[in-house]
Design a protein around this ligand. Sequence first.
Ligand code: NAD
Length: 258
Amino acid sequence: MEQILGGKAALITGSTSGIGLAIAQAFVAAGAKVMLNGFGKAEDIAAAQAACGGAPYHPADMSKPAEIRAMVGAAQAAFGKLDILVNNAGIQFVSPVQDFPDEKWDAIIAINMSSNFHAIKAALPGMLAQGFGRIINVASAHGLVASPYKTAYVAAKHGVVGLTKSVALEVAQAPVTCNAICPGFVRTPLAEAQVKPLAEKFGISEEAALRDKLLEKQPSKRWIEPEEVAAMAVYLASPAAAGVNGAALSIDGGWVAA
Ligand code: NAD
């Protein structure tokens, strides 16, 4: 049976863990070749590569534009083309704005937002020349609505949604699309790390902190699983999604409907 992403070549940033790794695995299962990126211990990176059929890996730091350009070039060289770019790498930091460290602000804006711009700028000419491209930016529910104490993250993710729309309009008449995925809380190290500090802050159990604090705004009261986000990415990369462009697709258990 023909696979939905058969013959396609994809680059997924931040794919050594969490959502990015789930997207990489789902793409491979759908027939694509993938290049991985992200930080981690050598054995964890090797395990991620093995889980993706021996996929190549590039160590580019998403806060460094020259490394991002080199990574896109390496993917194009490895596969002879780049069909799908998933901008997924991201970090989080939580603090009242008046105490928010300048270097954390700069890092979150660079990694969570500006990296998307640099990767798109490098990848788009090849997509336009070959007549096919899919750009998928992993934004967040925090790209559509805000929460307190996450100023840099909320600003960066709103920026990603704006960038997505603008690029989508620029490519609207080409066989290239640019969309954003806006997950609520997904069961990954990035989100799970927020549970314990909440439990300590409010003097409650981690179970209560998850249900009543972290998932306070997520009406489903359950984690979104990384595989659920990956399935949305596979759809956006597939031929069936050719008419979906400039969208910010929520997968958040009803969060932004409230
Ligand atoms: P994660 O911590 O599991 O994975 C983050 C990935 O980004 C890792 O591979 C990490 O090595 C990589 N990374 C971090 N800094 C990097 C850098 N400077 N250069 C290259 N790679 C870097 O987190 P996750 O939850 O899977 O997050 C993935 C994306 O999904 C992020 O953009 C995040 O903001 C977004 N998101 C997550 C949630 C959630 O609840 N987990 C919700 C909405 C959006």
